[in-house]
Design a protein around this ligand. Structure first.
Ligand SMILES: Nc1ncnc2c1ncn2[C@@H]1O[C@H](COP(=O)(O)OP(=O)(O)OP(=O)(O)O)[C@@H](O)[C@H]1O
Ligand SMILES: [Mg+2]
Length: 466
């Protein structure tokens, strides 16, 4: 039952409203001023409050402000005695939903209450939906619902709390930078800077002064003293991207920061002390670089306190439809270039393509399609030939024409996992069709355990095919 509180110092109004609203099957509470109202609010859950503005002790505006702060879900409607628009406006600013001037018709108040409640219910539903969405994807801009990404989200959450050094690994375009940002912006340092340095893009001599700063005259061209990125990141985080490209000399300096949080700017012996969290990323296999002695072992172990590996897109094919819809939605929101949809056949091909450039490649393709196909549905002929040729379906057709063991692996590579998965599904569907959907017989036909088969059917969501 909806619970309404009437706050008015005039007994007659309180009584009249109480009788009227009880008759409408509302649960009614009454208070003669803001103070009494506050007491009620401390023990009861109230959905809506009718609040007189001028009252002794705590007045209407103050009460509304208080409710807005302490119990924002209460909808308030203001009753103004003298029709003073200014105080009504003030009440709206304080968070009231609407106002009525006295004297009012009871019917008006009934319909205003109904609309206000409907409005607040909608708002609440929206809030819940948004919350669910946030919880589902967790880090709003990192899309993924595969087990592999759930694992990454889990790690992000765990490491965000701490100051531990994190090493993010993964192929190019898998989303390493997004992960680094998510870690910083979910950490206690989120209100302090996150400074990104791409160690692979800057020549060694410049990188040193970029990271640690330099003093005037320390080298040709150092016309003024300059602060480094480690100084800029003090109290916050620094993201050292492509750390595998860093020269051994700089590796030593970074190791010192990791161990002591200290460094000397170029040309200076005036040691700087900082408090910086280091997040590093690389698409190289640092294990191998250590063996090949291009990367310092001690630095590797220091960096690799908490490793986060972002798997390539081909190993989490289930995320592809989600990402495709995300990029379509995003282009619709920003550029006025909105594709209507994508047909199933095309989606299937995109799902079985190997995506050597990972999410970045998919993102670029979707951006291009949004421009080219604005207003229409994306179909197979819109895709670049290499994508259509590289899809797993094609490998299978090559196999049936070319015979066993004669698979044509596309130049762009392909997902082994997805291909095996698809082949399994085809076998199961084939067996089920042959046995008229009889799982026992299908299991015998495939020389599988019945339980194994049933599990696979469930996991692959093949029930509909039976
Ligand atoms: N899970 C994801 N959800 C949404 N967008 C993503 C996701 N992963 C990557 N992207 C997008 O793909 C692009 C590449 O991601 P990012 O720059 O983080 O990759 P990277 O691993 O750092 O690549 P590189 O090694 O080439 O620097 C970005 O535009 C990013 O927004
Ligand atoms: Mg990157």
């Amino acid at each position: 039952m909806t619970r309404i509180m009437i706050v008015d110092d005039e007994v007659a109004i309180r009584k009249a409203l109480e009788r009227f609203l009880t008759g409408l099957k509302y649960d009614v509470f009454t208070a003669k001023d803001g103070e009494e109202a506050t007491k009620i609010l401390s023990t009861e859950t109230i959905d809506l409050a009718l609040v007189d503005l001028v009252m002794p002790k705590l007045d209407g505006i103050e009460l509304i402000r208080k409710m807005k702060k302490e119990q924002p879900s209460v909808v308030s409607i203001v009753l103004t005695g003298f029709g003073t628009i200014t105080s009504a406006v003030e009440a709206m600013k304080a968070g009231a939903y609407h106002y009525l001037t006295k004297p009012f018709e009871l019917d008006d108040i009934a319909s205003l209450i109904a609309t206000a409640l409907e409005h607040s219910q909608l708002k609440e539903e929206n809030r819940l939906l948004k919350k669910q969405l946030r919880e589902k994807y967790h880090f709003e801009n990192i899309i993924g619902s595969s087990d592999e990404m759930a694992n990454v989200f889990d790690l992000i959450e765990k490491v965000s709390e701490s100051d531990s050094t994190v090493l993010i690994t993964g192929e190019s375009g898998t989303g390493k930078e997004l992960v680094a940002r998510a870690i910083h912006y979910n950490s206690p340092r989120k209100d302090k800077p996150l400074i990104t340095v791409n160690c692979g893009a800057i020549p060694e001599e410049l990188l040193e002064s970029e990271l640690f700063g330099h003093i005037k005259g320390s080298f040709t061209g150092a016309v003024a003293t300059r602060m480094g990125k480690f100084d800029a990141a003090d109290q916050g985080s620094i993201f050292l991207d492509e750390i595998g490209d860093m020269s051994p000399k700089l590796q030593v300096k970074v190791l010192r920061v990791l161990q002591e949080q200290r460094f000397d700017p170029v040309g200076s012996t005036n040691t700087h002390q900082v408090n910086v969290r280091i997040i590093a990323a690389t698409n190289q296999d640092l294990d191998r670089s250590v063996k090949e002695r291009t990367f310092r072992e001690d630095l590797y172990y220091r960096l690799n306190v908490i490793p986060i590996h972002v798997p390539p897109l081909r190993d989490r094919g289930g995320d592809i439809p989600l990402l495709i819809h995300h990029f379509i939605d995003r282009s619709c929101n920003t550029a006025n270039k909105c594709v209507q949809d994508i047909n199933k056949e095309t989606m299937d091909v995109l799902c079985s393509y190997a995506w050597p450039g990972n999410v970045r490649e998919l993102e670029n393709m979707m951006e291009r399609l949004a421009v080219l196909k604005s207003g229409s549905v994306i179909s197979l002929e819109d895709l670049p030939p290499k994508v259509v040729e590289g899809s797993v379906g094609d490998v299978f057709s090559a196999s049936s024409s070319g015979g066993q063991g004669d698979l044509d692996i596309p130049d762009a590579g392909m997902s082994f996992k997805k291909a095996v998965d698809d082949f399994e599904s085809q076998l199961i569907i084939g067996a089920l069709k042959k046995t008229g959907g009889n799982k026992n017989k299908a299991a015998t036909l495939l020389k599988l355990n019945r339980t194994t088969l049933v599990e696979k059917i469930k996991k692959k969501k093949l029930e509909a095919e039976v």
